[in-house]
Design a protein around this ligand. Sequence first.
Ligand SMILES: [Zn+2]
Length: 484
Amino acid sequence: MHSGKDAVRSFVESVDVYRDDTADPTFLSADEVDTLQGRLLRDQIVRLRESSPYYSATLLDIDLPDQMSRHWLEQLPFTRKDDYQAAPERFRLHLESSNPYDRTWGLVHTTGTTTGEPTPFYDTGHDMLAYWQMLLRTCKIAGMTPDDVSVSVMPVPAMSHNAFISSRDACSVLNSPYIAAFVGTPQPEFPIHRRTDYALRLIERNQATVIWGIASYVRHLVMRGQELGTDMSSIRLVWALGEACPVPMREDLRERLASLGAAHDAIRINNGLGFTEMRGTFVECLELNGCHNPSPDLFIWEVVDEDSGRQVPDGSTGSLALTHLNRRGTALVRYLTGDTVAMTRESCVNCGRSGERILPQHESIYAARVSDWVKFKGVLLHPAPILAALAALTALTQYQVILSKSDTSDPYSMDRLVVRVAESTGDDDLRGRLQADVRQAVHAACEIRPDVEWVPASAIYDPDVSIKARRFLDERPHQEHGVT
Ligand SMILES: [Zn+2]
């Protein structure tokens, strides 16, 4: 990460693989990006008319002007996750082409879906080249160089999954050394998974400068490093991905890494907002300065009002929708990701880049999932600000927010908000202070006073079972759930 346009420009010029990427559209003006996206959108819509089983019928009768812009999209219906998950093969282009780059290369799966069923997302060779170029631009924005040494603690997935693959591919296209620690849930038949302590030894032995991982697991890793006294003096960048990483959590990580020898002020924590359907992540040029679309020539991102179908003004909050601009495998139009975000298209005052940039909300997170809205005591509640407030309490090692009932055997009894906190080490004063802090933080975030329960840390988060902590659970009987 570099501060200021001049520093960013001279950094790009100093790294040959970045300097050679002369067509990087993020350095166009905002108007030039609009024109480029309009032209690519037209090409993609023509392609979908001819080759997309899902979109061809809808798009055939729609007028295609010579000059198009993202506003043209407002007349089209949204594509919902349920539509895509119900028939993923219908979103795959059927290209009548002898071009080998139009053939299927592979697929990744989306996860965390409402149905629980993984959905395949197909790439052709053409899409892979675009993907690698996007990853190179992602590294460029984050300030990585070919001299960086990466250790990835992304978990080995059971299915082809983007997070594990893209950290490896990003380092490959950057021509920089990469080591996968191969952590994750052990599988007895093939005992190739490594433990956290081994990952720490890899970091030390290889003098890693970059860690890639899920935010809560990276924190667990660094805390274990403190117990072992691991040398982490070479670390300068942490990709804390897959979940929100608010300011206090970043500061906490930075301080812990500094206690293991890293240069405090030089450590950058990069928290992107990633999607399988983009095969990558929005990326910060500077911490909390907003998250850039690394390739505005591959996607148009809209922030929309789902009821009217219209785009909302820059800076306003709405639902995030993705339209692919240059795809040959799976291709989506106005695909609702399920996130609520605020976005700007103004050129970034820090790095000068144009294209879409997602702005932080609730002080320091980039997105709130639409499906996380719940009714609690009859009013709508979103966990994002509560979790952000708890993440700010760095004395908490592990925590979890539970929606429950005052009488768990009676579905009509009062709703109850419980914060489960990892047992602290028998110090009553500390425990009392922590309890008061938790109650106050949650009240400030949502005006509800929670009950606090003490449980063993492993009851909240066991990295051998799941790589991502489950921070929010609704344990109320089903009929009381959700938004009606
Ligand atoms: Zn920027």
